[in-house]
Design a protein around this ligand. Structure first.
Ligand code: ADP
Ligand code: MG
Ligand code: MG
Length: 255
């Protein structure tokens, strides 16, 4: 079935000023095959939600739950989350000296599937995915994230998505820093994964631009660590026209 359920999630972060609440009760259900967009102004907590799903140690869940097919995600290690079928792009954002893209992908695939992929089909799959994403074959021999441009990082992210075949993917600001051509290529990659594996997507974005290429079934607006409005893709169109002010003002007045 594959359903990611986030229930009344409260998250804090430690800063120099002490413990700061960032998420103040987020509830969200994402099923395989569905595309959800989380939109909101800067600083509203979107990335914090992504990091919390990914198990980033900086973020503390003070109450609420995240489950995947009923299993407690918060009790899982980062690796266990990936093996369960969650794809969290920001899981491996760091440079990995001496590890090539091709070795990295194979290691990740082996860890997730519990067995090494058959060499011949795997090599073919990697080549095909790289071609789909218009990536130079030489890219496979580069070290992970070492000197990657913004666009290369995003393509590498989608390459992983295509090859690791998760159930649900959390993509944070996949559109940032991409020109229109790169944005189309990356979006096509996500759409291919949606079609071929019925991927569920949680697409986090400040801008509506990417939603022209990856149409969301559901749109959630996050302000000040809460979801303040929900709708279908028409809500994204409204946000494109009207911006976030309409949602921010009531929150400020309530403070
Ligand atoms: P968004 O992705 O919507 O722009 P973030 O989740 O990045 O929002 O940030 C929400 C708020 O939490 C901001 O005020 C930000 O400064 C704060 N915050 C997030 N992560 C950290 C962190 N690791 N350390 C300190 N403050 C953080
Ligand atoms: Mg931000
Ligand atoms: Mg962010």
């Amino acid at each position: 079935m594959s359903v990611l359920e986030i229930r009344d999630l409260h998250v804090t972060v430690e800063t120099d000023a002490g413990t700061t609440p960032i998420l103040n009760g987020v509830t969200l259900t994402i099923r395989k095959g569905e595309t959800h967009a989380i939109m909101g102004p800067n600083g509203s907590g979107k990335s914090t939600l992504a990091y919390t799903i990914a198990g980033h140690p900086k973020y503390t869940v003070t109450s609420g739950s995240i489950t995947f097919d009923g299993e407690d995600v918060l009790a899982m290690s980062v690796d266990e989350r990936a093996r369960a079928g969650l794809f969290l792009a920001m899981q491996y954002p760091v440079e990995i000296p001496g590890v090539t893209v091709t070795n990295f992908l194979r290691t990740a695939k082996t860890a997730i599937d519990g067995e090494a992929p058959a060499i011949r089909t795997w090599t073919k799959d990697v080549k095909q995915s790289m071609k789909n994403l218009r990536m130079d074959p030489k890219f496979a021999q580069r070290n992970v994230n070492e000197g990657f441009s913004g666009g290369e990082k995003k393509r590498h992210e989608i390459l992983q998505l295509e090859l690791l075949q998760p159930q649900i993917a959390v993509l944070d600001e996949t559109d940032s820093g991409l020109d229109v051509d790169a944005l189309k290529i990356v979006s096509e990659g996500v759409n291919r994964a949606k079609e071929s594996t019925d991927l569920g997507v949680l697409l986090i974005t400040h801008y509506t631009r990417i939603l022209r290429y990856i149409r969301p079934d559901f749109v959630h607006v996050m302000v000040a660590g809460r979801i303040v409005e929900e709708g279908g893709s028409e809500l994204a169109d409204r946000l494109e026209d009207e911006g976030y002010d309409r949602f921010i003002e009531p929150v400020l007045e309530g403070e």
